[in-house]
Design a protein around this ligand. Structure first.
Ligand code: FAQ
Length: 328
């Protein structure tokens, strides 16, 4: 049994480490994988980074739906490049989670078992070609607003992953907006209507991407103290709306929100009530495409099993060759 003096030593030692950790956080010094960190910090980062990684991977599916039906060769190449980028983002993020001790296979198993969260937005269908543009413009646009600030997150590997991811997301956003501009400025009436319909369907779900309102966000306070998050969900949602409305107007489209209007006093757009019931319904697995997305992921994982086995066999052979070469 521990004596009380041992116990005291243990806890003061821990609180010294905790104080040093908080000093670093306050001084904007990045926390690196081999640094001491509170267990809760590690856990919260694994939670957020793995959910983020899953979002990138599941996020390939709504657009993947259009690869074989893209209207021109150029659009098809752009779409394939974008989807491959999302796969890359997922991989950097799984690697970042691994630096914290997460087990990638376990995280992926949790996703496939329906136990892990990923962004609610990817549970909505993409029935029209305009949805490819809307995803690029609005979904990647929202992702950028959220992720640009994460470049300053306190955990080094996550912050650095965000730098490259943000550069690629900017390209995604522009390709989406340009696609919609072509439809709106050069398209016929049916194509213009397709764009407006797509914006009508995606507008509110995109606003939900930023997470519940601050008062309902259980993780925010602690994540802000640890500087995992640098801005609150509501701040980023407002920033996104303020940035997006001029782009929406330039397109010649409208948002499906009668309460949306510029508030000169606040210096921001006011907007209508978000239907949080819908958000929680989707999080519980009951959105329009939750089942389809998970079924597709599981099937892709099973069908790709031979690739993983072949890569592992190749790695083993290479290791053996290197060992033999070392003994010669
Ligand atoms: N969907 O306490 P908070 C992309 C969960 S990447 C589903 O506020 P937190 C690229 C939340 O996890 C898009 N779940 O949570 C792309 C928590 O659950 P838990 C993804 C959500 O972590 C584009 C609970 O609700 N981006 O789009 C959502 O402080 C195009 C309570 O919420 C990131 O992941 C949601 N929308 O703040 C790919 C960015 N919102 O764990 C393909 C990094 C909240 O307690 C095509 N993540 N929840 O059970 C973050 O910044 C934060 O995690 C937030 C949520 C802001 C998403």
């Amino acid at each position: 049994m521990q004596s009380s003096s041992q116990k005291d030593f243990g806890s003061s030692h821990e609180s010294d480490e905790e104080a040093a950790f908080m000093e670093k956080i306050q001084a904007e010094v990045k926390i690196e994988p081999d640094n001491w960190m509170p267990a809760g910090y590690r856990k919260s980062l694994i939670r957020q980074i793995s959910q983020h990684a899953h979002s990138e991977i599941v996020g390939m599916l709504p657009e993947g739906n259009w690869v074989t039906r893209a209207p021109t060769f150029k659009r098809k190449l752009q779409l394939m490049a974008k989807i491959q980028d999302e796969a890359g983002h997922g991989l950097y993020l799984y690697c970042a989670a691994e630096t914290l001790g997460a087990d990638r296979d376990q995280e992926i198993a949790r996703l496939h078992a329906g136990q892990a969260k990923y962004s609610s937005i990817f549970n909505y269908p993409t029935p029209s070609w305009a949805d490819v543009g809307t995803i690029g413009w609005l979904v990647d646009g929202a992702a950028i607003v959220n992720q640009v600030v994460l470049q300053r997150t306190s955990y080094g590997p996550y912050a650095r992953a965000m730098v490259r991811i943000c550069k690629e997301e900017s390209f995604h956003q522009r390709q989406g907006y340009e696609l919609l501009l072509v439809m709106m400025k050069q398209g016929n009436e049916a194509q213009k209507a397709m764009v407006q319909d797509s914006i009508n369907r995606f507008w509110w779900p995109v606003l939900m991407m930023f997470g519940p309102s601050d008062a309902q966000s259980p993780n925010s306070a602690q994540s802000m103290t640890w500087k995992i998050k640098r801005n609150s969900n509501d701040e980023l949602r407002q920033r996104f709306i303020d940035q997006t409305i001029p782009q929406l107007e330039f397109l010649g489209c409208t948002a499906p929100d009668p309460d949306l209007k510029w508030n000169a006093e606040r210096g921001h757009y006011d907007f209508g009530e978000i239907q949080w019931d819908e958000f929680y319904h989707v999080l519980e697995g009951n959105g329009p495409c939750n089942q389809e997305r998970l079924d597709t992921r599981r099937q892709a994982f099973e069908e790709g099993s031979w690739v993983r086995q072949a890569a592992a066999a190749h790695a083993r052979k290479e290791q053996e060759k290197n060992r033999e070469a070392a003994h010669v």
